[in-house]
Design a protein around this ligand. Structure first.
Ligand code: SP5
Ligand code: ZN
Length: 338
């Protein structure tokens, strides 16, 4: 299996975040990616490939140009400085905006957990490159499932806002790459958190079906989105599906809901899929609140494999550094044809 990863992705280091006023060690560490790499390196089932360049044109067609400039503005920060946007304009009227002024970064940010340092742009751009190249590899060889080891993650980032540890929406970049060949693409988001960014990026698009399983937003981040009533907008109505699930949902319940949700792939006539794969659904995740076990990722993979569709797997969350590598390997190796 082709695995896409660039070492530049390890440079972005968020140090802490504020969770309801409490200063906590930042969960989105470089050790997460290292734990995954450790499981995939020196294993003949996996070929780790470094993407050649980052897809600037795709970043610009997915995100507000000033959002990109704002993240780039952080490249001028001193090495030891991590910038936490903490002023978020009430009116998101950009008339006074200077994207080159780091103090204006709050215009594009929606939470306190997603800081900028002078390596953030590069790490996030190469993370998006993984998703782009993983999708390109599937265009060339539709029978081979590929894995983009994206870090920082992407599914909370929308056109105009970064947040939730995400800067650029990697899954959206993969889907857009697939759309150059396939007319109908589905994104299935199995991270513990609702993929608000992915939802809003495609909510008007009837050619992209977005399916999301996640912790009930009544109780869990990102709180404001992810309800069943969000079904898409305008021509896209009917092409967004949310499945909020209870605290402590276990593998059996999860897979039953997933199998039902995936029946829409047939009705929609999906020609290719992107799996936004978060592993913060594991029972030992420090942020997620489900109760999945490592072996459940095999069953989850089987639910996808049944559809025999060209597939790109994009890494999202998962914060237990001791388990994430094994969970990722367990999930993705299930897709390798024997
Ligand atoms: C990609 C992804 O999984 N982003 C998740 C962002 C969640 N950020 C807020 C989490 C708040 C959880 N509070 C943790 C308290 C620990 N004591
Ligand atoms: Zn998550």
């Amino acid at each position: 299996m082709k695995v896409f990863f660039h070492t530049e992705q390890l440079k972005h280091k968020p140090i802490y975040e504020y969770a309801f006023g409490e200063k906590i060690d930042h969960p989105e560490t470089t050790r997460r990616a290292e734990s995954i790499l450790k499981e995939l390196e020196n294993n003949s089932d996996f070929e780790i490939i470094s993407p050649e360049k980052y897809p600037l044109a795709l970043l610009k067609s997915t995100h507000n140009h000033n959002l990109i400039k704002s993240i780039m503005a952080a490249e001028k920060l001193p090495d030891d400085n991590t910038f936490y946007p903490c002023v978020f304009p009430y009116h998101r009227d950009k008339s006074r905006l200077n994207p080159l002024n780091i103090n204006h970064a709050g215009a594009f940010c929606f939470d306190n957990g997603t800081p900028l340092n002078n390596t953030t742009f590069s790490s996030a751009a190469w993370s998006a490159a993984d998703a782009h190249y993983a999708a390109k590899a599937v265009l060339e060889n539709p029978d081979e499932v590929t894995y983009a080891l994206c870090r920082p993650p992407g599914h909370h980032a929308s056109k105009d806002l970064f947040g939730g540890y995400c800067y650029f929406n990697n899954a959206a970049i993969a889907a857009k790459t697939l759309l150059t060949k396939y007319k109908k693409v589905a994104i299935i988001d199995i991270d513990f958190h609702h993929g608000n960014g992915t939802q809003v990026l495609f909510e008007r698009n009837p050619n992209v079906l977005v399916i999301n399983l996640h912790g009930n937003p009544e109780e869990f981040y990102p709180y404001f989105t992810g309800f069943e009533s969000e079904t898409g907008v305008g021509k896209g109505d009917g092409f967004n599906k949310n499945y909020p699930l209870d605290r402590l949902t276990d593998g059996q319940t999860y897979v039953a809901v997933l199998e039902k949700a995936l029946e829409d792939l047939k009705r929609f006539d999906a020609q290719a899929i992107v799996i936004s794969a978060g592993f913060d659904t594991h029972k030992d995740d420090p942020i997620g609140h489900f109760y999945l076990e490592t072996s459940d990722y095999v069953t989850i993979a089987s639910a996808f494999i049944k559809y025999k569709l060209p597939t790109v797997i994009v890494q999202e969350g998962g914060y237990n550094e001791a388990h994430i590598g094994i969970n990722v390997r367990t999930f993705i190796e299930s897709f390798i044809k024997t």
